[in-house]
Design a protein around this ligand. Structure first.
Ligand code: CS2
Length: 482
C-alpha cells in the first residue's frame, strides 16, 4: 500500500498496455477455456512470427464476459497454478468482444470482413446442435429451427452459414472454421452440421462450402476451472490491479491441429508448441478417453461420494487407485497410441495433473452436460471393450453414477443441481421407475446418447452397478471393484 492512500482505496482496474492487434480471427464462445488456451497460443504465435491475428471474441449467450473485458480494453490475467505457486501473465490478444443476441448483425459483419481468415469455436458439446450419438444436425433444435427461417441467427452453425453466404456473395474466400471443443472428429462434425444447415437454406451455398471450406480437426487440452469470486480476489492481491475476468489454469497445455486451412493462412502456432499434423484422430481418442473419460467418471462418482473437487477426489486413495485401474485395464487396451506417445506415461502425467491442489476444479462443473459427453468419453471405450470381449466394470460403474446423478438426489438425500440440456427428461426417465433396473432401462432408452446395441449390452451390468451405488454408496462401490 502506498503512503498517503486510505486503506480502502480500490485497486486500479487492469487495462491493456499495448494497442489492440488487427483482427484475423473471430472466436465464438469466449469462455475461460479459450482465453487460457487458444488465445495464449495465438498471442505467442504473433510474437514469434507476426501476422494480423487479433481476436474478436463473441459470446453467444450472456453479456458477462463482455461487460468484464470491455472496460479493460480486452486485457485479462491468465494465472498459471502449479503446486509450487502461481504465475500471472497479462493477455492482450482479444481486440474486442461482441454479444451475439444483442447484435447479431455486427457479428455477421465481422465474420464477413475480408481480414478475418479463421472462425474458431468453443461452444461446448451442446453448441453444435447435433445428436451426440450420431453427430447429425438436429433440425428440430429450437435454435436451428429459428436459424433456418431468420436471416439473423442464434446458433453457432447459423452464424457460420449466414456469414459464409455473405462472403460468397461478396466474392471472398470462406474463412477456415475450426472447432476447439472436446468432440471426436470435431472438424468433421462441425462440417457436417454446417453443410446440413446450408443445404436446407441454399443447396448452392452448401456445394460452395463443401468445395472451398476447410474444417480442421483439433485436440485441445488444458485444465481450466471456471473462475470463482475468490480467484478474482487472489489475482487482485497478487498483481495489485482489479481484473474482473481472470482465468485460472494448470501449467500443462497441448494443442494438436490438422493442418488444413483456407489458402494455408493461420498464425504460426507450430512455433510455440502446437503440433500441426495430418491426422488428429489418435490424439483426440487418447485425450477424450483418457482425460475426459476419467474426468467424467471421477466427477459423478466423486460428487456422489461427497468430494467437491477433482484434486480432493484424487486425494482419496480409493479413487486414485480406481482411476489408475481405469487407465490400465479398461481405457489403454482399447486405444492406439499416437505416434511417439507412451500411454502409460500419459496416464501418470494425468494423475499428477488431477492431483494439483492449486486447481480447484469442481466435480459439479465437470458433471455438467453429461448427455452430450458420455458417448465420446465413455461409450466409445465400452463399445470397443465389448467387441473385444473385455470387461469394463469401472466404466460401467461410471455410467451408473451418471444415471444416479441425473436422478437429482445425492447420497445424503440432498438435491443435486443437474445442468444438462436434457435435464428435465433425464429426471422424468429416472423417476419413471422405482427399481435400479427400471431406472437404468428407462435412461438407456435415450437414443441421442445410447445406440440400441449399446443399451442392450449395458442393461445388465449397469443395473447391477446402480444397485451397488444405492446399497453401499459410491465410495464403497468403487472400492468393491478394485
Ligand atoms: C472437463 C474438461 O469440464 C469438463 O468436462 O473434462 O473441460 C477438461 O478439463 C478439459 O477438456 C481439459 O483439457
Amino acid at each position: 500500500m502506498e503512503a498517503g492512500l486510505p486503506a480502502d482505496t480500490p485497486a486500479p482496474r487492469l487495462y491493456r498496455t499495448t494497442p489492440a492487434p488487427k483482427l484475423g480471427i473471430v472466436h465464438l464462445g469466449l469462455g475461460a477455456f479459450f482465453r487460457a488456451h487458444g488465445a495464449i497460443f495465438t498471442e505467442e504465435a504473433i510474437a514469434a512470427s507476426g501476422g494480423d491475428w487479433g481476436i474478436l471474441g463473441v459470446s453467444l449467450q450472456s453479456a458477462g464476459t463482455r461487460d468484464a473485458l470491455e472496460p479493460q480494453g480486452g486485457a485479462y490475467i491468465a494465472l498459471e497454478l502449479a503446486p509450487e505457486g502461481a504465475k500471472a501473465r497479462p493477455v492482450q490478444v482479444i481486440a474486442g468482444v461482441l454479444v451475439a443476441p444483442e447484435n447479431p448483425e455486427a457479428v455477421l459483419a465481422a465474420m464477413a470482413d475480408p481480414g478475418v481468415k479463421i472462425v474458431s469455436l468453443t461452444v461446448t458439446e451442446k453448441g453444435y446442435c447435433h445428436e451426440p450419438a450420431t453427430g447429425a444436425l438436429n433440425l428440430e433444435h429450437p435454435d436451428i429451427a429459428h436459424d433456418l427461417a431468420a436471416a439473423l441467427p442464434r446458433s453457432a452453425p447459423g452464424f457460420i452459414v449466414r456469414a459464409l453466404a455473405r462472403r460468397r456473395a461478396a466474392g471472398l474466400a470462406p474463412f477456415t472454421v475450426m472447432s476447439l471443443d472436446n468432440l471426436p472428429h470435431n472438424g468433421q462434425v462441425l462440417r457436417g452440421v454446417v453443410l446440413a444447415l446450408a443445404r436446407a437454406i441454399d443447396p448452392d451455398l452448401a456445394d460452395w462450402i463443401a468445395a472451398e471450406g476447410r474444417f480442421p480437426a483439433t485436440m485441445v487440452d488444458r485444465i481450466v476451472p471456471a473462475t470463482k469470486p475468490e480467484d478474482i480476489a487472489e489475482v487482485e492481491a497478487l498483481i495489485g490491479c482489479h481484473d474482473a475476468a481472470p482465468v485460472m489454469h494448470e501449467p500443462f497445455r497441448q494443442w494438436v491441429i490438422e493442418d488444413s486451412f483456407v489458402n494455408g493462412e493461420r498464425p504460426g502456432w507450430g512455433m510455440v508448441g502446437a503440433q500441426l499434423v495430418a491426422d488428429v484422430t489418435p490424439y483426440e481418442h487418447m485425450k477424450l478417453r483418457m482425460l475426459n473419460g476419467t474426468h467424467s467418471s471421477l466427477a459423478y462418482l466423486g460428487y456422489l461420494a461427497g468430494h467437491e473437487t477433482i484434486a480432493a477426489t484424487m486425494a482419496d486413495a480409493v479413487f486414485a487407485r480406481f482411476v489408475a485401474k481405469l487407465w490400465k485395464d479398461e481405457i489403454i487396451p482399447a486405444l492406439t497410441p499416437p505416434p511417439g506417445e507412451d500411454l502409460g506415461a500419459y496416464a501418470e502425467a494425468l494423475a499428477r495433473r488431477y492431483a494439483n491442489p492449486a486447481i480447484r476444479h469442481r466435480t459439479w462443473q465437470i458433471a455438467m452436460d453429461g448427455s452430450q459427453k458420455l458417448p465420446q468419453r465413455l461409450l466409445g471405450t465400452l463399445a470397443e471393450s465389448f467387441a473385444a470381449g473385455r470387461h469394463a466394470p469401472g466404466l460401467q460403474l461410471a455410467v451408473a453414477a451418471w444415471m444416479r446423478y441425473v436422478g437429482g438426489v445425492d447420497e445424503t438425500g440432498a438435491p443435486i443441481e443437474v445442468k444438462d440440456p436434457l435435464a428435465a427428461r433425464l429426471k422424468a426417465l429416472s423417476d419413471s421407475a422405482e427399481s435400479p433396473e427400471g431406472k437404468v432401462a428407462a435412461l438407456l432408452g435415450l437414443r441421442e446418447v445410447f445406440s440400441e446395441e449399446m443399451a442392450a449390452a449395458l442393461l445388465a451390468p449397469v443395473s447391477a452397478a446402480y444397485a451397488r451405488l444405492v446399497a453401499v454408496g459410491a465410495r464403497k462401490a468403487v472400492e468393491e471393484i478394485l
